[in-house]
Every structure is written in C-alpha cells, then in structure tokens.
Design a protein around this ligand. Sequence first.
Ligand code: HEM
Length: 150
Amino acid sequence: MLTPTIVILSLKFAVGAVTVLLCLSLIALAMGKVVVHGKINVVFFFLTILALFFFEIVVRLIDPVLFSGLWKNPELAKSLKIHLCFAVPSALLMGVMLFTGLKRLKVLHKGVAIVFLVCWYGTFHTGLFWLPNQIEINNKSVSSGVERNG
Ligand code: HEM
C-alpha cells in the first residue's frame, strides 16, 4: 500500500541518487570531459523530472489526501515551505541549465550554475534532513519520526 512514509522515503532516495549524478558530472567537468558532463546531466535532468512527475501524480491524482495532513502540523508545514523555496527554483533552473548547456551559452551556463548549485544544495539539505522519514497521519494530527533542531 502506498503510504506517505513510502512516498517520502522514495523521494529522499531519488534526490540522493540524482545528487550523486550531479557530483559525477562536476567531477567530469573538473577533468575536462565536457561531453561526459553534458551526457550525465541530460540523464540527471530526465530522472529528476521523472521523480517530480511521479510525485505530482501520486499526490495530486492518485491520493490527494495522502499529503494534505502534513500541512496541519505547523512544524512540518514550516519545513515544507522552506524546502519548496529551494526545490521550485531548482526545478526551473535545471531547465535553464540544460538549455544553456546544449546551446553552448557558456557565460550564462556558468552564471546560472552558481545560483542553481545554491538552490540544489538547499533542496538536498532541507529535503533529506529537515523532512521526516516517517509520517503518521491521523484524523487530527500528524506526527513525524524526525524532529528538527532549531
Ligand atoms: C551546476 C554546475 C555546473 C557547472 C559549473 C557547469 C559548467 C559547464 C561548462 C563549463 C560547460 C562547457 C561549456 C562549453 O564549453 O561550451 C558545460 C557544458 C554543458 N552542461 Fe553544464 N554545468 C553545470 C551544471 C549543468 C546542469 C545541471 C546541466 C543540465 C541539467 C548541464 C548541462 C550541460 C550540457 C548539456 C553541456 C554541453 C556538453 C557538450 O558540449 O556536449 N550542466 N557545463
């Protein structure tokens, strides 16, 4: 059965996995292998889009109430809002990065890369460490397995 815990753990795994790809692409770049950097990032782009698509389908189409309870917990709602402040720009900038990379708009690609890396780091950090691993949604309350310090 699809539970919020399974969905959130799958998403955390997906973000971790594509971050490994992004790191590999940067290592390739540092080694001067620009084409390899580009190829890895095309895979990075489509896998991330696939994960987003899957998540949106689950949350909005298959089971809209699955995650709605999260917003009722003030602490979790705050973490989610902060997470989205990084995740939404990351998703948009990812498209800009792919476009500028493929079109070889070097200056723009490098400039946007800095903003993208900051946003991606924020997405990774808040997604993996601020959001809970376990979610139990009752009728009135939502409890999480992880409490965030500060
Ligand atoms: C985040 C840090 C990144 C940095 C610092 C970076 C930097 C670069 C640089 C210096 C080039 C070579 C440009 C040239 O010589 O024409 C390049 C190419 C490219 N980048 Fe990135 N990039 C980053 C992320 C990304 C991302 C996230 C994507 C896609 C989602 C991407 C896609 C590409 C593509 C497709 C190319 C062209 C490869 C080719 O010529 O075959 N890059 N990147």
